[in-house]
Ligand binder design. Sequence first.
Ligand code: HEM
Length: 341
Amino acid sequence: MGSRFTPLLFLLFMISIPFSSSSKSDNINNKNNNYKLSLDYYKRTCPDFDRIVREQIQDKQSKQPTTAAGTVRLLLHDCMVSGCDGSILIASNSFNKAERDADINLSLPGDAFDVVTRIKTILELSCPGVVSCSDILAEATRDLIVMQGGPFYTVPLGRKDGLVSKAETVEGNLPRSNMSMDQMLKIFEVKGFSAREMVALMGAHTIGFAHCTEFKDRIYRYGKKTPTDPEINPKYAEALKSLCAKDTNGTMSAFNDVLTPNKFDNMYFKNLPRGLAALASDHMLIKDPRTKGFAEWFAANQTAFFEEFGRGMQKLGALNVKTGNDGEVRRRCDTFNDVQN
Ligand code: HEM
């Protein structure tokens, strides 16, 4: 299998990333109150919403190509912790360590936060105090996925921004690359996702990066006899080693999909049986009987992957949303309106 991929392995990228419309059936009911998300939520109050988001993400992504993947991950990390309420966007202050400063969120790229801030700034000029940061994040994520070649899915709107953001609530709600399949499935199951939906959503790893720290053990400390996981394609393992050997300040990253890293397609699933996944959690998808069949299905059928992914993203984007009087529309995405919060 090695020689076929040799030229393509040059695509292994070394990068230093600074840490840092509508039908009624698309409406989504919020369990907590009687308000619904709806596709035409800003039709009268902010008619340029769609256009402004689209223009801003296009400008940002063309200048900073890491934006799309970072924003998708930002939405995941927002929605899995206390629902899609923009709590990930809140900056810490001397009284409060916010979600974004939890250890697992430190690798979220600044460009993802920045695209939301830019959109909010423009929207506040055009329709002040109307559009929530959580709606901006959900819509921008969808548009960035489409811009990278991924599926279009509708994004019902009307989320309110949350009033709480605490770093200590993050742990246990987000998946980690060193988790067992049982743990990964559990994390998603408690949020209402099946194994099939989890596999489809993990297809988001068709774009973006993983830092060396996330897969170093697989290439250097796998076992006493074999320091490198023998299931990694040997040439790919060598390329990862040479990348991470230079990782003295912990900022080096490898593409999650080494063959078509900037294209939202089903190559991520095709890579798995070839040993071309850096993260152990990704490779596990074709080893575990609960996920293998889905990963193979998506590898063989991009249309099926896109349909399942789009549905999964709609479900993710509606997790525990706050609507009506529950929450607020923030004036700035990184600060609660009442700074005492
Ligand atoms: C068991 C499930 C998952 C695990 C263990 C996992 C783990 C990870 C890890 C370790 C990274 C690298 C972060 C870094 O080093 O900067 C990453 C990146 C990423 N993840 Fe996941 N993830 C999972 C599921 C998901 C899901 C469901 C989505 C989206 C719906 C997603 C979207 C992304 C994206 C887009 C990136 C690239 C981020 C960037 O380039 O800045 N992941 N993931």
